[in-house]
Design a protein around this ligand. Sequence first.
Ligand SMILES: Cc1cn([C@H]2C[C@H](O)[C@@H](COP(=O)(O)OP(=O)(O)O[C@H]3O[C@H](C)C(=O)[C@H](O)[C@H]3O)O2)c(=O)[nH]c1=O
Length: 350
Amino acid sequence: MKTILVTGGAGFIGSNFIRYMLSKYKDYKIINLDKLTYAGNLENLKDVEDNPNYTFIKGDICDKELVEEIFSQDIDYVVNFAAESHVDRSIMDPEIFVKTNVLGTVTLLNAAKKAWEEGDSFKEGKKFLQVSTDEVYGSLGETGYFTETTPLDPHSPYSSSKAAADLIVKAYYDTYKMPVNITRCSNNYGPYQFPEKLIPLMINNCLNKKPLPVYGDGLNVRDWLYVEDHCKAIDLVLHKGRIGEIYNIGGNNEKTNIEIVKLIVAYIHDNVDPTVDESLITYVADRKGHDRRYAIDATKIKEELGWYPETKFEEGIKKTIEWYLKNREWLKNVTSGEYQKYYERMYSNR
Ligand SMILES: Cc1cn([C@H]2C[C@H](O)[C@@H](COP(=O)(O)OP(=O)(O)O[C@H]3O[C@H](C)C(=O)[C@H](O)[C@H]3O)O2)c(=O)[nH]c1=O
């Protein structure tokens, strides 16, 4: 029996992780601490809300009192998903990214340290897992891959805040020998992703026959990872990762943005609405400081823990689009109200 504190569990990756863990470990307790920002949604966990092993707490990881109170329970693992994660929003409004991503991480680390310390060391079997991103490494040219030893060179306020948090986590290992791991994943896709990110945004716009805004020349490259494969990797690192280590988690699946958009258009055209076609694609002003290419070398996690991305992209993207088609009500709910204002602000002057 283990108790895991999952932060940001009502978000995209966090909710997929909670679902995965509850179904795999019937005797694990999961506490989900989530602030329920615009991107966190309890609808994402409707199917598990009555599970006796699952508890939800609404709150901010920056709230020291609340976090310390949660640690009055015997927490074995922390998996810190809670983060402001959208690069474009970080360009418009950096402050909240530093607050949640950096200060929030330190608040969690401090509470875990206080609860787990035993004399000069830490109680057995505890771990703090920081979920990070390949964006901390910066941008690649046409060749090469990020390894765990690639120097940090973040460019956006978002990636800089994540790099700062990674360094704080590392400092707690270097200084206090706190049991930590850092994972750095590539671009995730799959069910429950908020439609500010490329794939669900394009699906939603196709379904509403709205222009498909492609930044710059559309040739930026991302390495796409199916969210369930990411959850499996985190589970492995949590249980078997060597203390103090960083693990890259990549999809081994590089695609240009325009390839992704055309693929979504073709799927919707062929399966849903034949009037949706590539004429919806609209090239718009580029993202400021837009990283050109991300590509991950995931040799370490494969060799040490036997993990590799199992889901082929063709299969994953099909499952993803079909999930959005089956969950149009969810899509409609998350894109009403505030989302419209965000969309106007983000795209009207591009
Ligand atoms: C929303 C949008 C995006 N794009 C481009 C910009 C990027 O080159 C690519 C993917 O953008 P997105 O914002 O979905 O994701 P990234 O900026 O690569 O970052 C994502 O993957 C990493 C790992 C994280 O850590 C971030 O949290 C996560 O948001 O599509 C467009 O061309 N048009 C659009 O409307």
